[in-house]
Ligand binder design. Sequence first.
Ligand code: SF4
Length: 1054
Amino acid sequence: MHTITITSSSLRTCSGGFVRLRPAAAEVTTSLSSSSPIHQVSSGITAKFYSNSTSQQLIASSTTSRLLSVSGFAAAASVCSRNSLRRLSSSELHGSRLYSRSFAVAGLAHQLDGSSGSAVLRALAVPAGFRSGRPLGVRVLASAALGILQGGSRMASSHATENPFGSLLTDLPKPGGGTYGKYYSLPKLNDPRVDTLPYSIRYLLESAIRNCDNFQVLKADVEKILDWERTAPKQVEIPFKPARVILQDFTGVPAVVDLAAMRDAITRLGGDPDKINPLVPVDLVIDHSVQVDVARSPNALHANMELEFGRNKERFAFLKWGATAFKNMLVVPPGSGIVHQVNLEYLARVVFNSNGVLYPDSLVGTDSHTTMIDGLGVAGWGVGGIEAEATMLGQPMSMVLPGVVGFKLDGKLRTGVTATDLVLTVTQILRKHGVVGKFVEFYGKGLSQLSLADRATIANMSPEYGATMGFFPVDKVTLQYLRLTGRDEQKVEEIEAYLRANDLFIDHDKSQKESVYSAYLELDLDTVDPCVSGPKRPHDRVSLKDMKVDWQACLDNKVGFKGFAIPKDQQDKVAKFTFNGQPAELRHGSVVIAAITSCTNTSNPSVMLGAGLVAKKGTELGLEVKPWIKTSLAPGSGAVTQYLAKSGLTKYLDQQGFSLVGYGCTTCIGNSGDLNEIVAEAITENDVVAAAVLSGNRNFEGRVHPLTRANYLASPPLVVAYAFAGTVNIDFETEPIGVGKGGKAVFLRDIWPSSEEVAEVVEKSVLPEMFRSTYAHITKGNEMWNHLASPKGSQYAWDPNSTYVHEPPFFKTMTKDPPGVPSVKDAYCLLNFGDSITTDHISPAGNINKDSPAAKYLIAHGVDRKDFNSYGSRRGNDEIMARGTFANIRIVNKFLKGEVGPRTIYIPSQEKMFIYDAAQRYKEEGADTIILAGAEYGSGSSRDWAAKGPYLQGVKAVIAKSFERIHRSNLVGMGLIPLCFKTGEDAESLGLTGFERYTIHLPDIENIKPGMDVAVTTNDGKKFNCVLRFDTQVELTYFQNGGILHYVLRQLLE
Ligand code: SF4
């Protein structure tokens, strides 16, 4: 613990709008203590605080009768600001400089790192945060307080106040004596509403209580959460401060690029680059880059890793630099595992104990399947890169307090039914019910029948069923899993003690007060059938027994999610070819890819070992997988390899082509690699609807492989079964899967293991030591990673020739003071969209088209077409991402009158050209641009480049019928103006053609209000009002600063 003392003389020096604190008047002391909070009295103000390395929780008190603020600094600031406030004129209060600074203060007091005595310097290094909806007066207090910093003192300030829930801090006793630490006790609230809150909401409540400072998190926010039953239906917003952030390499690279660019910017502006660091633990797992270039070979792992390193050397070297340059950042090297599986097996803390304060683990991640960790009772979900960066930098997330759907599970899965069957069933049920934007919480006696890995499989697919997260509260099964995966026994005991004490642990075998939910669903596990999902969507579940009928209907049906419209006379077409000297053939439904992939399943020993058992039984009966099927096994951690080896099943998987291809995402993310040329030719020349069967979680057309029009999600054992069958056009009940030894027909039931058999192998083969040794190894890196040269130093030495990592221009012209409100005058309409423009339309992640502006850039930089890689892998290079913005070949722009593709009309000359080229022309001429759009602009996965890209193309505003929630906040985060047409209006009803020039009449900053009406006029005399979609005061501040990162940077400079 530190103690900071501020002399009272410092409190009398406030003057005018900018409060000055004479350096000599300030006396700052820090000390460390392991005991209870210290009250060090000095001239009237005393501060005390705890700090912890993740949330920088700060608790303070004042010896004055009024509790003024969180810390001694803050107390001083608060008193000063009260004095000065009386003398501030309204224009001063709103002056841009003062206004911008008004947000600088809050975070400072939160950043004191307890690890050393240099707390004050660290305090000064930290960004402020600001809570949405803050009344102006509070901002003013902060503004005034900030003057303390300007006076040259090392003092920091905050207008945060003492945590009003400090009295809830309670010792957590250890059995046998002593304590684990302290925690904010929910039972001590003594509020009966807590007892019926869903567990997932209790996590939000605990966080709000612990972080309550009446600045970033208000007491009123705590009340909103407590009153969840009444407030959630009203869509109220609350702040949430996750305990950590997780990244994968596709999305992690741009985040680290931004941090590196911020270091350069702060240096240019006279600040200290070392101030730029994540403030919460950040784990980055490099898993998205490996492709299945080589398969069905004992050398596949090594060969694919070599190719992966060759293709991604620059990105990997950059991330390796980041791992050493930034504090609080762990980088898990490529070839180690899949992000969510590594999180589950190794990274998850479940309960943090930071400097003696215990609290539940929670996180946000830049991958939609971050939700997998909810299976372990860790609250987490996917966000866009901009939100993740803000969380890293200490900003609270603003989120709508969600409704919670209670999903009761009863009974037990029948023998032979897998967790994958269950998750596909659950996905279908929840999709049908509609859970978008909600939490789903699983409860009921059936939970005790589900292993932790089964729960994680269900939690993983939250994005597919549309929920923010699918949460499983911690119970005995969770603790068993922690032990199984080699977690320290004492830590497990601490986790249990804390969660039990805080009413966050559940005993399914004991009677308890049931939580109240917003809606109730129920599933009897006995009713779940083996199934697959497809051929184009994860929630189109097909019971295995109906598969053949369903497939044949799909051939008939018109083109759509369940149809290929193959004429009757073409349905029996056979494409014959020769493969390695053998006669081969493909028909509609022939399997050409069979992949055991995706952390959804690879983290689940029962289905992985189940796949091994199917391979073993099939092999023993004489079945063989056809050699032209691209089979692969890509586990999410080395532990899988170890338990498969111990079970003796690896050799059967190898024999059937399921040899190890890498530890990474592979087919799940579409990194399936090329099909054999002969197979690809047979498919394209004969227009065969070829099939992929994979144990992944998404199967939209084009995602898995461009040549597999049918893609089925299935459990790993079924992936092996379909590989044996060679087709999805099969009724496993009545048709043999193949012909075995002696010409005997072999059926699926002959090779399908019972649940008991699987459980026995799991019991014997999966051992804690395997997880311990796997992760001990990962922390040491691997040969390729360790030999990879990477730059040193706190600032990154950008290579101007790199086509992967490039310094973005976001901060290059940044000034110390905010630029103020930009005008948007006589803007051209760059794009005129209809409804449902997705983030994939705006910023595609896949192939770089050979004729696109990005391709031209790459060729001009000496990159061969074969080395283009994907947009996803090049997210660290703004030059390519700006060119890739709106480069989706399926984008529909009304200007083009039905023509599909990434082009637009350059209005001054009426020429048709690539969107990027038109945007550049407008920029060169100094002309503003806007976008017109329909409903749900920016739906789909949250993607930071979908906001960064338009920013780089010079777009100033988007006028849409409606926005996807996260995308709207990402636009604000980049300093763009989101405007909504008034209800019942759109471009068409207003007679807008897009060829007009638009002026947005924003008032001065002091008169801008979230959600206000703003007039828009056009050069041909049209006038209409739009709703300004800055939804909070915080967002206004971001906008005024030119974006969230600029805002944070300015706070650090202060
Ligand atoms: S395996 Fe699939 S779900 Fe898992 S992290 Fe990779 S892409 Fe995401």
